[in-house]
Design a protein around this ligand. Structure first.
Ligand code: SAH
Length: 251
């Protein structure tokens, strides 16, 4: 493996570990992650693995001991500090599983800082499995190079969300009935995007939203987008305008 002067090869495995990392730590990976490294990636002693802890950033480590159930590592050096992602929340009415998994994964890749499930009147799915969504978040962040995981909120009903809304945060309400095109409004961070369920928002919810001082109804074009399309389009539009897409690649 040709090691680039400034780091390990692009194929180096990259994992999140729920343990603080520093030069003195000897992180241990077990369970599915250890199985993946040992049996899928055929990790050998001394091979490099990038670990990040959602606290200090990303570290280059090498495999020290590869056991049946766990692998321990020597921390060699810090590769990156934890990055600050643009402060955009995605507030989404839970939708059917496969499509919601897709929204979660895209929100991580696009750089959202917080994922907030919002139960609306037409929300079909009002229970989410936090552990499953967290595993999705971790996998997406391992793949896309983030060193910071977005936080995941507990589901909240729309009226309660608005009642407790942080007033400094602009809430962009993706309204399928029309609103202002995003490029025409000022919505710098801290900001949030709200997307409804498959059945859309009720008129009562629309009135509740439009009466809130932090809310701005935005249009995502003349066509009716699926909720997941609206979530990704809205996040991409905001990131392109206010996010960190003007910086170089992470690797
Ligand atoms: N069933 C509804 C559409 C719901 S689409 C209907 O036929 O009217 C799901 C969500 O995606 C909507 O609640 C809205 O938040 C968002 N959305 C879809 N198309 C949009 C558009 N053109 N502009 C803004 N938001 C849109």
């Amino acid at each position: 493996m040709s090691i680039k002067s400034d780091g390990p090869p692009a194929s180096t495995p990259r994992l999140y570990v729920d343990q603080p990392l520093d030069l003195a730590s000897e992180p241990v990976v077990d369970g599915a992650a250890a199985h993946y490294l040992a049996n899928v990636m055929r990790l050998k002693i001394g091979d490099p693995v990038l670990l990040f802890d959602n606290i200090s950033g990303e570290w280059l480590t090498t495999a020290k001991m590869i056991g049946k159930k766990s692998i321990s590592f020597v921390v060699e050096r810090q590769m990156r500090e934890i990055e600050s992602v643009p402060d955009l929340w995605i507030c989404f009415a839970p939708i059917k599983k496969v499509r919601m998994d897709w929204v979660i994964e895209k929100a991580c890749e696009l750089g959202a800082s917080h994922l907030q499930p919002v139960v609306t009147e037409r929300t079909i799915i009002d229970k989410i499995k936090p552990d499953r969504l967290t595993a999705q978040i971790i996998e997406a962040c391992e793949q896309c190079g983030r060193t910071s995981l977005p936080s995941l909120g507990a589901p909240v009903k729309l009226p309660a969300l608005l009642r407790d809304w942080p007033e400094e945060r602009r809430l962009l309400f993706a309204d399928e009935n029309g609103g202002v095109p995003m490029p025409q409004i000022q919505a710098p961070p801290p900001a949030a995007l709200l997307v409804g369920p498959e059945g859309g928002f009720t008129q009562k919810e629309r009135e509740l939203l439009n009466a809130h001082s932090a809310v701005k109804a935005i249009s995502l074009g003349p066509r009716i987008l699926r909720a997941e399309t609206a979530a990704v389009s809205g996040m991409a539009l905001w990131m392109g305008q206010y996010g960190d897409w003007d910086v170089a690649q992470t690797s």
